[in-house]
Write a protein that binds this ligand. Sequence first.
Ligand SMILES: NC(=O)c1ccc[n+]([C@@H]2O[C@H](COP(=O)([O-])OP(=O)(O)OC[C@H]3O[C@@H](n4cnc5c(N)ncnc54)[C@H](OP(=O)(O)O)[C@@H]3O)[C@@H](O)[C@H]2O)c1
Length: 338
Amino acid sequence: MERVRFAVYGVGPVGSLITRYGLEKDWMELVGAFDIDPLKIGRDVGEVIGLSEKIGVVVEKPSIDVLRTIKPDIVLHATGSFLDKVYEQILDAVRAGSDIISTCETLSYPYYRYPELASRLDLEAKKNNSTILGVGINPGFLLDLLPAVLTTPCIKVEKVTARRVIDASKRRESFRRKIGLGLDQLTFNEKIERGELTAHVGYAESVYLLADALHLKIDSVYEKQDAITADREIKIENMVIQHGSVRGIRGYGVGLIRGREVIRVEFTAIAGAEEEFEEIIIDGAPRIAWRSIGGTPGDLATSAVVLNYVPIVLDSDPGLAIVTRLRAPSYCSSYQGV
Ligand SMILES: NC(=O)c1ccc[n+]([C@@H]2O[C@H](COP(=O)([O-])OP(=O)(O)OC[C@H]3O[C@@H](n4cnc5c(N)ncnc54)[C@H](OP(=O)(O)O)[C@@H]3O)[C@@H](O)[C@H]2O)c1
C-alpha cells in the first residue's frame, strides 16, 4: 500500500494534534514539518509536539524549495485565520504540486471575504493539479455541514438554526487568548477594535456554507459578537477571572432572504460553561431538532476533521474546494493510496 505522504505547515497546538494523530494512521507518512517559531525550527517534530520519541523529521522554516523537493501528497496547514495573511503559504504548497487542507477559517468559504484571492487560488490550483480546502470543526462541520446533512429528510425547510456552546476553559491556550479570556472589558474592546483579538472567526462562513448546501440565494448576511463578563470571580485551570472581566464570547451569524431570517448560527464560548452542546433546529416539514450531549471537543475534533478529509481531497478534482461541494465526509480507517 502506498502511504499518503503529508507535511504539516504550522506546528502550533492544532498543527501538533494533526501531526500526532496523522502519525498514528498507518496509511499516512509524515515527510515534512514547517513553522516560523525559532524555538521549534531545527528540532525533531516528535519532541516539538511532546512525544517521548523522535520521528526523524525536523521542523524547518517554510520554504517552497524544500516543499518542491519533498513534494508531499498533501500539506496540512494550521497557521492563521485570515486568508490574506496565509495566502502565500497556501500558494507555496500549491506551487509545489501538493494538495492542501487548511484550518484557516476564512478559507472555508473564501468567496465572501476574499473573492479575488479565491479566484486566484482556484486558477493556481488548477494550473498545478492541486486541490485546496479550508475546513475544521467550526467553520467546516458543526454549524454548517452537519445541519445541512440534517435537512436531507425534509421536504420543505423554512429556517435552520445551529448553535454551539463550549467551555472555553477546556480549550487550548491560543483559543483562550483569541477570545480575550480574563481581560477587562475596555481592553477587550480596544484589542478587538485594533484587530489584535479576533475572538471566533467564521460565523458568516458557516452561514454561506449552509446556504450553498441548501441552494438558498441569501440576500444578506450579518454577524456580531460580544464579550460575556464574569458576574463573580471564576477560578479555572491556571487562571482567575475577576468579577467584571471577560469570561467568554457570544456571537452569531444570520442569513436573510427578503428580510426574513432563514439561517442562524450561534456560538458561545464561556469559561466554566454549565453545559456543552450543539443544537440544530430545522423549521420545516418535518421539523427536526437534534442536540449533542456533552458537546464536541473542538481541538481534537478539528484535527480529526482535517485527517478524515485527506482521502476526499486527494480524490477530488484540482481547484479550490468547499466542503459543501465535496463528497460526504466520515471517519476514515484506511486509504488505498494516491
Ligand atoms: N476551522 C476550525 O474549526 C478551526 C479550529 C481550530 C483552529 N482553527 C484555526 O487554525 C489556526 C491554528 O490554530 P492554533 O491554535 O494552532 O494557532 P497558533 O497557536 O497561532 O499556532 C500557529 C502556529 O503556526 C506558526 N506560524 C505562524 N505563521 C506561520 C508561517 N507563516 N509559517 C509557518 N508557521 C507559522 C506559529 O508560530 P508563532 O507562534 O511563532 O507565530 C505557531 O507555531 C488558527 O488560525 C485557528 O483559529 C480553525
